[in-house]
Design a binder for this molecule. Structure first.
Ligand code: C2E
Ligand code: SIN
Ligand code: SIN
Ligand code: FE
Ligand code: FE
Length: 512
């Protein structure tokens, strides 16, 4: 993976801090204070892979147990044998491997009494890295044994972390496939990268929880998720702070790019909608060839598949919605009503549906379907549709057919939105107490979505000017709706209208 030096860091008020490896943790267990001091001196300037050392001290096996239970990332134990008892050290080894089940920590036994050699069996069976006489442990030798032990700890740790990481990738991919909105999805991705980075620390991934995800949307930038110092950043700041970087990144073919100042960019691409760029602070990624199969790479490949699915799904939903709106508007325009009628009835229907206790998903479907409720008016002649006065009996019979004609036009689909629209078309002129058309249904025999849209539709017809009537005031329209509660309208839907009145009036203010 190349490093793009041309991606100059834009002057940013969000300066990342310096990357630093955590020190290796080494536990010294010895009942002789001198040994602790000598070890400390010998390892004071120790450094391996840009990481220093942090010594932990225990004066007995019992103390060591306590420390080991708290710290699960100790890389090496320099362990005395004879302490509380002649075999306290050996018993501690057995406890670490069998009780604590810590198979990662490396253990070097140090004995001052060669005659008391630990049983060979312990060394063989409990994965001990070294058995040294204390006199043998000069500063140099201590340095060497520490270095080689930590290297082998790192290998074991990486393997185990990798295994845990693979499980995590699989789990988190499943988790992420379940997310329905882009914001939630990207938030999930950032979270998962953050936890993967902890597992992959040895692979030079260091991360702070400071990240931002930016989607390019027809030349604009939209923040889809932000954590840490980026929380609350506005779209204007985003253009100034990251506009150039995002554009340059999108011009590459890469998925993961190291940026200067320890920033990492991850680019999610999709053939049929805009890309999303994730920028993570204080995270670098080793450009090693072998990292092609690293956790982050595997994870991002999976994530990109999920991203494509999500984009396609979002695109499909937007398409359905837009087609329903455009069709609905075409119908309304033909009946000389303004296009806003469609949007008002749609949004009001959604609020009423939520107020009736329907799920957000079902309310959304009703919202999208509602513009189609009068699609049957397509078959109604202009002379009737645009007649300025009252309709005569024949004209009224023709007009009333719009309900059944609309239902037939939409019937037979297995798409949820179209099925709902068919119910709306067929049911929106039925009356709760009966006496409506086309079927003279009553009560719960009328589909709930039709009872909901009936209220939204009549409220809107009343406050609008029609060729055959003037616009009513909102107060008068509300009076009529209330007086028809339990007669023309389902009482529950009328209650929902009254409970959500503020939000509904807001819609009417915005879409006059
Ligand atoms: P629309 O104009 O969108 O009206 C929808 C529904 O709102 C009506 O369904 C009715 O329930 C209610 N509504 C509208 N205006 C009034 C009103 O002044 N008073 C009351 N109480 N309710 C009102 P409806 O009656 O089944 O009519 C369906 C469609 O038939 C109307 O849709 C409109 O396109 C047409 N229509 C109804 N009456 C007339 C009319 O006198 N002349 C013409 N040219 N068309 C009419
Ligand atoms: C000691 O107790 O410090 C020496 C004994 C041993 O390391 O085995
Ligand atoms: C409309 O929605 O504007 C027409 C009213 C109806 O027939 O339901
Ligand atoms: Fe209608
Ligand atoms: Fe209508």
């Amino acid at each position: 993976m190349p490093e793009y030096s041309f991606l100059s860091n834009e002057k940013s008020s969000f300066e990342p801090t310096q990357v630093q490896g955590d020190p290796w943790k080494v536990l010294v267990v010895d009942d002789e204070p001198d040994i602790h001091t000598i070890t400390e001196l010998a390892l004071s300037d120790f450094e391996y892979q840009n990481r220093g050392i942090e010594l932990l001290h225990a004066n007995s096996a019992a103390e060591a147990k306590e420390i080991l239970q708290q710290e699960d990332d100790i890389g090496l134990i320099l362990l005395d044998v004879v302490m509380e008892s002649r075999d306290a050290g050996l018993l501690l080894v057995i406890w670490i491997r069998e009780e604590l089940k810590n198979n990662q920590v490396r253990i070097v036994l140090r004995t001052g009494q060669p005659g008391d050699a630990p049983e060979r069996q312990v060394v063989r069976d409990y994965d001990i890295n070294g058995y040294k006489e204390k006199s043998e442990l000069t500063a140099n030798k201590l340095y060497t044994v520490t270095c080689s032990s930590l290297r082998s700890y790192q290998d074991i740790h990486s393997l185990m972390a990798h295994e845990a990481g693979m499980k995590k990738v699989i789990e988190s991919t499943g988790d992420i496939f379940g997310k329905r909105s882009l914001g939630l999805f990207v938030e999930g991705v950032l979270e998962q990268i953050f936890s993967l980075s902890k597992l992959e620390r040895s692979m030079n991934l260091v991360i702070e929880d400071n990240s931002i995800a930016i989607q390019r949307n027809h030349g604009d930038y939209e923040v889809v998720a932000a954590t840490g110092c980026y929380r609350g950043i506005s779209d204007i700041d985003v253009r100034a702070e990251f506009g150039t970087t995002v554009e340059k990144l999108l011009a590459t073919d890469e998925r993961i790019v190291n940026l200067p100042n320890n920033k990492l960019a991850i680019i999610l691409r999709c053939p049929f909608s805009d890309a999303t760029v994730l920028l993570l602070n204080n995270m670098t990624y080793s450009s090693d060839e072998k990292n092609q199969y690293s956790l982050l790479n595997l994870f991002i490949s999976n994530v990109n598949i999920a991203y494509e699915n999500l984009s396609l799904q979002a695109q499909t939903e937007r398409t359905q919605k837009e087609i329903a709106y455009r069709l609905g508007e075409a119908i309304e325009n033909r009946s000389n009503e303004s296009g806003n009628h469609v949007k008002r009835v749609a949004m009001t229907s959604e609020l009423l549906a939520l107020g009736c206790g329907l799920s957000a998903a079902k309310a959304q479907i009703i919202k999208i379907a509602s513009p189609l409720h009068d699609i049957g008016k397509i078959a109604c002649p202009d002379a009737i549709l645009h007649k300025e006065g009252k309709l005569d009996a024949d004209e009224w019979e023709t007009m009333k057919q719009h309900a059944l004609i609309g239902e037939e036009m939409l019937s037979g689909s297995d798409l949820e939105i179209i099925k709902t629209a068919a119910n709306l078309a067929g049911g929106h002129h039925e009356r709760w107490e009966g006496g409506g058309y086309p079927r003279n249904l009553s009560g719960e025999d009328i589909p709930l979505e039709a009872r909901i849209t009936a209220v939204a539709d009549v409220f809107d017809a009343l406050v609008s000017k029609r060729c055959y009537k003037d616009a009513w005031t909102i107060e008068d329209a509300l009076e009529l709706i209330k007086s028809e509660k339990g007669k023309q309208f389902d009482p529950k839907v009328v209650d929902s209208l009254l409970e959500n009145l503020d939000d509904i009036l807001e819609i009417y203010k915005n879409y006059k």
